[in-house]
Design a protein around this ligand. Structure first.
Ligand code: FE
Length: 199
C-alpha cells in the first residue's frame, strides 16, 4: 500500500508568527510531498510496496539502499516533525516527559539549552531529536535524512534544521528559528504519547 502524504495536524497558518504559512505550504506540499512520491516509486520498483513507511525506512537501511533510505526516512521525519509542533506549545513541559527531564537533565532550562545547542551545532542539514534510549531521555542529532529509530532508539520530538525549514522566515538565523520552536511550538502532548507507546 503506497505511503501517503499525511495531512498537516493543523491549519497551514497555525504556527504563525513563528513559522509562516508560506514555509509550511512549501515544506509540506513540496519538500515532504516530493520525498513521499519518490519513496513510493522506489518501493514499487524494489517490490517493497507492501511495507509501512517505518518498515520501509528500516528495510532500506538494512539493504543499504541509500536513495530509498533517504526518501523514505525524509517522508517519516517530516510527518514526525509536524506532530512535534503545535500552536500554543513549547515552554515548560508537562506529564511524563516533564518527570524524565527532571530526572535525566538538570531541570528544564538545562534541557532546553542542550536541545538548542544540539540543533545549532548540527553542521549543515539534519535533525535535532529528543529520544528515549532504553529508559533514558537523551538529546541527539542526525545529518541529512538519518533517523534514530534505525538504531532502535525511539524519537519523542524532532526539530528540522534543514535550511528549507526556516530560511524564508529567518534567513540564515537558525538560532532564532530553533529558539522560537523550543519556546512556542514543541508539542509535549505528542512527546508524552510517544513515550507511552514506547513503554
Ligand atoms: Fe524539512
Amino acid at each position: 500500500m503506497p505511503i501517503t502524504l499525511e495531512p498537516l495536524p493543523y491549519a497551514r497558518d497555525a504556527l504563525e508568527p513563528y513559522i509562516s504559512a508560506r514555509t509550511v505550504e512549501l515544506h509540506h506540499g513540496k519538500h515532504q510531498a516530493g520525498y513521499v512520491e519518490r519513496a513510493n516509486k522506489m518501493l514499487e520498483e524494489a517490490g517493497l510496496g507492501a511495507l509501512t513507511l517505518e518498515e520501509a525506512v528500516v528495510r532500506a537501511r538494512t539493504l543499504r539502499n541509500q536513495k530509498l533510505f533517504e526518501n523514505a526516512a525524509q517522508a517519516w521525519n517530516h510527518a514526525f516533525y509536524w506532530k512535534s509542533l503545535r500552536p500554543g506549545g513549547g515552554g515548560e513541559p508537562h506529564g511524563a516527559i516533564a518527570e524524565l527531564i527532571a530526572r535525566d537533565f538538570d531541570g528544564y532550562a538545562a534541557f532546553a539549552g542542550e536541545l538548542r545547542d544540539a540543533a545549532l551545532g548540527r553542521f549543515g542539514s539534519g535533525w535535532a531529536w529528543v529520544v528515549v534510549d532504553g529508559s533514558r531521555l537523551k538529546i541527539t542529532t542526525t545529518p541529512n535524512a538519518d533517523v534514530p529509530l534505525v538504531d532502535g532508539v525511539r524519537p519523542l520530538l524532532t526539530i528540522d534544521v534543514w535550511e528549507h525549514a526556516y530560511y524564508l522566515d529567518y534567513q540564515h538565523q537558525r538560532a532564532a528559528y530553533v529558539g522560537a520552536v523550543i519556546e512556542h511550538l514543541l508539542n509535549w502532548d505528542h512527546a508524552n504519547a510517544e513515550l507511552a507507546a514506547a513503554n
